[in-house]
Ligand binder design. Structure first.
Ligand code: ZN
Length: 261
């Protein structure tokens, strides 16, 4: 039965059109070398929805951050145990291929910066049109074009399943804040910058980019941080601009608890 566009909510109509148009590049002009690389097709087409929204902010009534937050909410609920690069046959069209695929492209853009990312993407489309691609070939091309080593980026987002899951306890201390990160990811490594935004009782804010580097070997990992602040923190928002795919919950405490407890 043909899809009746007029019956879709307005915000979804344009997203569906953009998504399917984007497949003319990723999916039709550039084809997959193997079905396991399906995230390249669906991640690109999904990311195009957000890029269209960035270019035409009045489309659909959601900001790019809200679109990324929607993908993130889906992924926080996902229980898929296989990495994005190695879906089981029945997982090929699971939401991870779409939502995590789009997130991976966004984080690659943050990693490379806008200019390098879009230049490399244009060159990639020119180089691979009428050809096939694999996940490895895509990353090798982006590395050559940007001059950046993306080995650990690919390992943490493509080769291990899920997303960083943790509780971030925080406690105001004189002149700053003390934090303890309790990670729930068994046997995983994540290296990233977690944007934090503190605000005081009057609403003044201070941003704090917190470097994460956790390697957990089966057990919960505990990491402590301490930073000076110019404000007395009353509230903490984790990743206010939706720059990092994560499920990190902040909790204010009177005393930092042990992670195992
Ligand atoms: Zn699609």
């Amino acid at each position: 039965m043909p899809l009746d566009f007029t019956r879709l909510p307005e915000g979804l109509q344009w997203r569906l059109i953009v998504h399917e148009l984007a497949h003319q590049w990723q999916g039709n002009a550039i084809r997959l070398g193997a079905w396991q690389d399906i995230w390249l097709n669906e991640g690109f087409a999904s990311y195009a929805e957000m890029l269209a929204n960035e270019a035409f902010p009045t489309l659909g009534g959601h900001s790019p951050q809200q679109i990324r937050a929607g993908w993130e909410a889906n992924l926080r609920r996902s229980s898929r145990a296989t990495p994005l690069a190695y879906p089981l046959p029945h997982e090929m069209f699971s939401l991870e291929s779409y939502d995590k695929g789009a997130w991976v492209l966004h984080m690659l853009r943050v990693e490379l910066d806008d200019l390098a990312f879009f230049e490399a993407l244009r060159a990639y489309i020119a180089a691979f049109s009428d050809d096939t691609v694999t996940t490895l070939a895509f990353f090798q091309f982006m590395e050559r074009h940007s001059g950046r080593d993306l080995t650990s980026f690919r390992a943490q987002w493509l080769e291990q399943p899920g997303l960083p899951r943790a509780t971030l306890y925080w406690q105001p201390e004189p002149g700053g804040v003390a934090l303890r990160l309790c990670s729930d990811n068994p046997n995983q490594r994540y290296t990233a910058t977690l944007p934090l935004q503190f605000s005081d009782a009057t609403g003044r804010t201070q941003a704090l980019p917190m470097p994460l580097d956790w390697l957990s070997n089966g057990a919960t990992i505990q990491q402590d941080f301490s930073y000076p602040l110019n404000i007395i923190p009353a509230q903490l928002v984790v990743d206010p601009g939706e720059q990092l795919l994560e499920a990190i919950r902040a909790e204010r405490v009177e005393a930092l608890p042990n992670c195992s407890g």
